[in-house]
Design a protein around this ligand. Structure first.
Ligand code: PHE
Ligand code: NA
Length: 452
């Protein structure tokens, strides 16, 4: 059977961008920048983007394109002993898939709450106690299924499943072509409104004010590299699977540049949105900004709802914000499931319909563990391990294998043969030296922290 293909180049880029742009761009990047020198963070961030992000993306795109397989098959074609690396990455993707969907489910619920701000004044108590049923409100039995969390998760699964089941062009590409433009429009519309609020400029000042003393801090550099690997969805078997559907004639280096630049550009835009809102909130509550900044789950489900309470026309801005979160999350979720599904299809010679049904079906069942009242604890644990250990390990192994066991110059030659603009020797230096060294340092540091 002939391998499926993307319909258009734009369709492929939007799908890759859809994977890259996710919850991390909205709730992780702004905080990382703020924490690590504000405007000055952009120097290490850009450096990491150029020396790690772009070369890694070029490498994964060319692996998929050349070897025409999902990660396990692609790696097995490189050398007999490497198929396990593909399966390791697919396994990480599968783990992420089952908890990522929980957050998308929460965002779907919150989109509904946002119409009337039914989360009330104490958004912290509402989220943890009323919604997640932790603390005093906990049901007597740990692990009892919460239908109000399970149902929005089912909705998310249905959308992901529909896209994967339908196929690369008719499903994933079509979904990306709707979702990504919608996401950009929503975020720009939100910014157009909040940037004029009082205090918004103070927020942006905090985000962008450069603290150049931080540039010499090793922590800031490792934060920048960590964020780059995370934000681009590389090392997850995803970009290899997506690029395996590229037509023969494809401009690898150009596609990789576009994907990386759009993702990182979106992060900055998301930072502007979040910090305008935080600045306004600090002003309304007469608090210093440092008291309101937050990241992750706390930002999205506690701080932002509290800020929405204070916004003009909250019944419009609120649902739009959470819809943006849902769309960003779903397009990433689709890509994770495709990485797993395509690996199964390659290995077992199953049809797409069969593989997607089995993969999404089992993913759905396992994900229900996160719809219980123990869900958040489990999620924190898994998320910590994935982001701080598993992802970095997988990226590092991939770099070492490609950079040292195989010939990177072959990849460079391959890319240059089919791409419009050629990549120089810097590509090999980044893949063999700069990226693995940075990764090893960050990983070592994280492991030490974990043991502590
Ligand atoms: N790159 C996504 C983000 O920045 C995260 C992601 C994780 C995407 C896992 C796909 C799979 O949020
Ligand atoms: Na991202």
């Amino acid at each position: 059977m002939k391998r499926e293909q993307w319909g258009t180049r734009a369709g492929f880029i939007l799908a890759a961008v859809g994977s890259a742009i996710g919850l991390g761009n909205i709730w992780r990047f702004p905080y990382m920048a703020y924490e690590n020198g504000g405007g000055a963070f952009f120097i290490p961030y850009l450096f990491a983007m150029l020396t790690a992000g772009i070369p890694f993306m070029i490498m994964e795109f060319s692996l998929g394109h050349k070897l025409r397989g999902a990660a396990p098959r692609a790696f097995s074609k490189l050398g007999v002993k490497l198929e396990w690396l593909g399966w390791f990455q697919v396994f990480i993707a599968a783990v992420i898939a089952v908890y990522y969907v929980a957050v998308i489910g929460w965002a779907i619920s919150y989109m509904g709450f946002a119409f009337t701000q039914s989360w009330g004044a104490d958004t912290n108590a509402f989220f943890f106690s009323e919604y997640l049923k932790l603390g005093d409100n906990a049901p007597s039995k740990l692990g009892s299924l919460q239908l109000h969390i399970a149902i929005p998760m089912v909705i998310a699964w249905c959308i992901t499943f529909a896209a994967i089941f339908t196929g690369v062009k008719g499903g994933i590409e079509r979904a990306s072509k709707i979702m990504m433009p919608l996401l950009f429009i929503m975020v720009l519309a939100l910014i157009a409104r909040v940037i004029f609020l009082e205090g918004a400029m103070d927020g942006l000042n905090y985000l962008f004010r450069p603290d150049f003393t931080k540039i010499l801090d090793a922590k800031v550099w490792s934060a920048a590299y960590g964020q780059i690997f995370f934000t681009l969805s590389v090392g997850f078997a995803i970009m290899i699977a997506y690029s395996s559907y590229l037509p023969e004639k494809s401009d690898i280096s150009n596609n990789a540049f576009m994907t990386v630049l759009i993702n990182c550009g979106f992060s900055i835009v998301a930072g502007i949105l979040i910090f305008s809102v935080l600045g306004y909130m600090a002003q309304e509550q007469s608090k210093p900004l440092t008291d309101v900044v937050s990241a992750g789950v706390g930002l999205a489900f506690v701080t932002i709802p509290a800020a929405i309470n204070l916004l003009p026309a909250p019944y419009i801005l609120g649902p739009v914000f959470f819809l943006a979160l849902v769309v960003a999350g779903l397009s990433s979720h689709i890509s994770i499931l495709e990485a797993v599904t395509s690996a199964v299809m390659d290995k077992l010679n199953w049809s797409r319909k069969k593989a997607s049904t089995v993969v999404c079906g089992s993913g759905f069942v396992i994900s229900m563990a996160f719809a219980t009242n123990g869900g958040l604890l489990l999620l924190d644990l898994v998320d910590y391990f994935i982001n701080n250990v598993a992802l970095l390990t997988s990226c590092l192994i991939e770099l070492l294998v490609i950079g040292w066991l195989l010939k990177v110059s072959d990849i460079r030659a391959y890319v240059n043969k089919i791409s419009e603009f050629s990549i120089g020797i810097w590509f090999e230096i980044c893949i063999r030296f700069i990226s693995p060294i940075m990764l090893a340092i960050i990983l070592g540091k994280n492991l030490i922290n974990t043991v502590d």
